[in-house]
Design a protein around this ligand. Structure first.
Ligand SMILES: Nc1nc2c(ncn2[C@@H]2O[C@H](COP(=O)(O)OP(=O)(O)O)[C@@H](O)[C@H]2O)c(=O)[nH]1
Ligand SMILES: [Mg+2]
Length: 422
């Protein structure tokens, strides 16, 4: 079972214990780095000035040796970068952007498989809206659309068998069986007339407008608006379709990139609480972490715990990552993502203070982002810890191009500085 969150302590199950390759600073240790054997400090009498000086020299030497080690590893294997954060914050989207910007084949390798994902996303979206309409007792504008509503409901159990999570093996979008793909396409084509009719029905539109609690994916409108195009027999997903499509990531995956001459090993992880226990084995020798937060989640409950606010849970996860022993020397880059949805929500009158009573400012984008930014920085116990913050729109390739270059510059600069070259 996952620990439930919210009572002061961290809501995550990420162990903060140093693993075998962690470094133990010791004031009385040897000059070599004996990472596996932390040296106990027994304090019989207070240290003299000379002893303290010597101890500091030893500690500094250990630091230098560790940094040189990291530098060598980074050169040999490439900079190791983890993309961490809760579910649906945009981690896999950032990875897709990296593939588009720096991969040899862009997103071509997964284009065909994403056809299924797009169809599944559209079907899930209309189902969530249909349930929302029924739950809220909103009448259909055209009563004859009841037949379409029934089609959508009838296909729900079948759709469950093709749940998007079942696509997520090592490559998040490899289909389990080809026959599944055929069955899904048939089901999708059967559902298309219902999707079209319902999406045009004022009752469903009203459900969409009022539907904060529907657990609708952010891309629901994008795919429902594109239903004619995605139902074409020869439909092939565009890059934007793939960026909008949502597949739940289950396994940790590693990807190699060369960004302006620097080699990177980048790891994408599953963000759900139940999957976080699989992160820890990747925590050694990390050069940089991109931690992702969805700003727009400030008014949403957690997927797996209705009582908890998503943004609050994200802050708590950031707390455990930013203060993790193994990340003392890791560069932190914080992506405050989904700025487009965040801005739209604020402008539509949704109040930040309704969900974060500590917020006393105006409900405008600038003040609200300042507040959340400060909340994140306030999680770092080491107040001198530098966290590089970017306000991102991860589905926007143009913006991500600029941001990725900035991140690359930070990782390079910090690495040079830590190796004493700057
Ligand atoms: N509108 C908008 N949608 C986004 C943004 N970033 C990610 N998304 C969408 O959010 C959903 C979840 O993204 P994903 O990368 O799968 O999240 P992950 O669970 O953290 O890997 C996908 O449908 C993305 O298209 C953003 O900045 N703006
Ligand atoms: Mg993901």
């Amino acid at each position: 079972m996952e620990p439930t969150a919210g009572q002061g302590s961290s809501s995550t199950d990420i162990s903060n214990n140093a693993s075998s390759s962690s470094h133990a600073h010791s004031s009385a240790g040897s000059h070599s780095i004996s990472a596996a054997q932390p040296v106990a400090v027994s304090s019989v009498a207070p240290l003299t000035k000379a002893e303290m000086k010597r101890a500091k020299a030893v500690s500094d030497a250990i630091d230098r040796a560790l940094r040189a080690d990291r530098e060598r590893l980074m050169k040999e294997r490439g900079a190791k970068l983890l993309i961490l954060g809760p579910s649906e914050t945009g981690k896999t989207t950032v990875l897709k952007q990296l593939k588009l910007l720096y991969g040899r084949k862009g997103l071509d390798a997964e284009r065909q498989t994403y056809r299924r994902v797009v169809h599944l996303n559209a079907m899930k979206a209309i189902q969530a809206l249909s349930y929302g309409l029924q739950r809220s007792n909103i009448p259909l504008e055209h009563p004859e659309n009841i037949a379409h509503l029934e089609t959508v409901m009838r296909l729900e159990t079948t759709l469950k068998r093709y749940s998007i999570t079942s696509l997520g093996f090592t490559n998040p979008a490899i289909p389990r069986k080809i026959t599944d793909a055929k069955a899904e396409t048939d089901m999708f084509l059967e559902m298309v007339p219902a999707i079209k009719a319902l999406w045009n029905d004022e009752g469903i539109k009203q459900t969409f407008r009022t539907g904060g609690s529907l657990n609708l994916q952010d891309s629901a409108k994008y795919f429902l608006d594109s239903i004619d195009r995605i139902a074409e027999p020869n439909y092939i997903p565009t890059d934007d379709d793939i960026l909008q499509a949502r597949v739940r990531t289950l396994a940790v995956s590693e990807h190699l990139f060369n960004i302006d001459g620097v080699n990177y090993r980048i790891f994408d992880v599953g963000g759900q609480k139940s999957l976080r226990k699989y992160w820890a084995p990747y925590f050694d020798d990390v050069n940089a972490i991109i931690f992702m937060c969805a700003l727009s989640a400030y008014d949403q409950p957690c997927e797996d715990d209705e009582r908890q606010n998503r943004l609050a849970e994200c802050l708590s996860l950031f707390n455990s990552i930013a203060n993790h022993k193994l990340f003392e020397m890791t560069s932190f880059i914080l992506f405050l993502n989904k700025i487009d949805i965040f801005q739209r929500k604020l402008e539509s009158g949704s109040l930040l203070r309704d969900h974060f009573p500590a917020y006393k400012g105006e409900n405008d984008y600038a003040s609200a982002t300042d507040f959340i930014h400060e909340e994140f920085l306030g999680q770092c116990k080491d107040t001198s810890k530098q966290v590089y913050v970017h306000f991102t729109h991860a589905t926007d390739t143009k913006q991500m191009r600029v941001i990725v270059l900035a991140v690359n510059a930070i990782v390079q600069r910090l690495n040079l500085r830590s190796s004493g070259l700057l």
